[in-house]
Design a protein around this ligand. Sequence first.
Ligand code: ZN
Length: 99
Amino acid sequence: MTDPDEDDFLNRLHGVEHAEFVRPSDADPARAPEQCAECGSRDVRPIHKMRLYALFLALVFGVGLAVDQTLAAFLLALAGSIFFVIGPRWRCAACGRKW
Ligand SMILES: [Zn+2]
């Protein structure tokens, strides 16, 4: 006779493995999600990060050059780049959720 707790554990383990196997094609960041995971709305819009990023870089280097602090500007741009890379890509127009 098998321990029911052990069966539950194995089932869960299999479920996790399956989820990991499915994930790469499922959550393709380049493709727009069909709906919001929070409220189910299909009104999902892309956040135009590149436009904001270009503006941010122009501002940082503009100010950096003006005050002769190009190294500080470079470091700030680097920190900003990380922020833009990890920042949300999609926004739900219905509930405002970003991911
Ligand atoms: Zn939503």
